[in-house]
Design a binder for this molecule. Structure first.
Ligand code: PEP
Ligand code: MN
Length: 327
């Protein structure tokens, strides 16, 4: 933000008034005008209040090129559930992959019994190796949607290509865009065109600005809403699979006032860190968490090492959702 001073204004006085409000300012002196540049990490103060300070001629804000993201509400309602920072956490749980019809029904039943209202699971799986299990595809979408219907759960699942977007949207309440596809622009357009809410995972080496612009693509093409999902970015340290960027979560939640969730499963890649990272995510401003849960992680067809078995998922779900949520 730039604060333009009146020619007769006393810069030091205006500066003081801004600093008292928690703003960090730097003086820019032109030939005919003085301006004060407000640092982005300053306190959030209504520009109208700044404009009313004696000596201020104008307040200019930097055009982010994100008209639709900027207009997004800080709170969403999906399937009657309020999703926002500070609300009861939005918990999306399920296996990494939809492994079989019986399996997804079994897990859905178990999760619903613990108060979970949203089921995840990939039918189309992005895999680093071409030889790894890549999902059961179209039939898995039907199993997932059936399991959701049978147990009253909303569905979040991934579309990997523009051609899949309509099909996946027909089976899902929220369309997931995977990390590797965050800048697949034809996919973002196709996802937007389905008009479904999009859960946009952050690219594994994407900046926050690129993430916001990817959301703008979805919204510009018709998406009803975008929820940002931090799932860890690339780091130099192999101790965890990725680095969960809670600074970005706080930035999106508190400064941009957007709805953001965290996926600690892909973020940490190890089940022993899921509970503490879930707590940290909510404390940083996340509206919810996405958790991989499997009844027999040792036999999971993908991502077994990060899946929570029932013995670990149950206490975490109880902590997140409360005892009254369980059926
Ligand atoms: C997933 O959630 O199933 C997934 C593949 O995650 P990511 O895109 O974050 O790797
Ligand atoms: Mn996974």
């Amino acid at each position: 933000m730039i604060v333009v001073l009146r020619p007769e204004a006393e810069p030091a006085g205006v500066e003081r008034a801004l600093v008292e409000r928690g703003l960090w300012v730097r003086r820019l002196r032109g030939a005919s005008q003085t301006q004060l540049e407000v640092a982005p990490h300053s306190a959030a103060v209504d520009p109208r209040e700044i404009a009313s300070i004696a000596g201020v001629a104008d307040v200019l804000s930097v055009e982010l090129g994100l008209p639709r993201v900027t207009g997004l509400p800080a709170r969403l309602t999906l399937r009657g559930q309020a999703i926002a920072r500070g609300q009861a956490p939005w918990v999306i749980a399920g296996p990494c992959s939809v492994e079989s019809e019986a399996h997804i029904h079994r897990l859905a039943e178990w999760l619903a019994g613990r108060g979970v209202r949203w089921l995840r699971g990939g039918a189309f799986k992005p895999r680093t190796s071409p030889y790894a299990f890549a999902g059961h595809g179209t039939e898995a979408l039907a199993w997932l949607a059936d399991a959701g219907r049978a147990h009253g759960l909303g569905i979040v699942t991934e579309a990997m290509s523009p051609e899949q977007a309509e099909l996946v949207a027909a089976h899902a309440d929220v369309l997931q865009i995977g990390s590797r596809n965050m800048q697949n622009f034809p996919l973002l357009r196709a996802a937007g065109a389905t008009r479904k809410p999009v859960l946009l995972k952050r690219g594994l080496a994407s900046t926050v600005e690129e993430w916001l612009l990817a959301a703008e693509h979805c919204l510009a093409h018709g998406a009803e809403a975008v929820v940002f999902c931090e799932r860890g970015i690339r780091s130099f340290d192999p101790s965890t699979r990725n680095l969960v960027d809670l600074g970005a979560v706080a930035l999106l939640a508190h400064v941009h006032e957007l709805v953001v969730v965290v996926d600690p499963s892909h973020g940490a890649g190890r089940r022993d860190l899921i509970a503490p990272l879930s707590r940290a995510a909510l404390a940083a401003g996340a509206a919810g968490v996405m958790l991989e849960v499997h009844d027999a992680p040792g036999h999971a067809l993908s991502d077994g090492s990060q899946a929570l078995p029932p013995s670990l998922a149950a206490p975490l779900l109880l902590e997140l959702l409360g005892p009254e949520a369980a059926a």
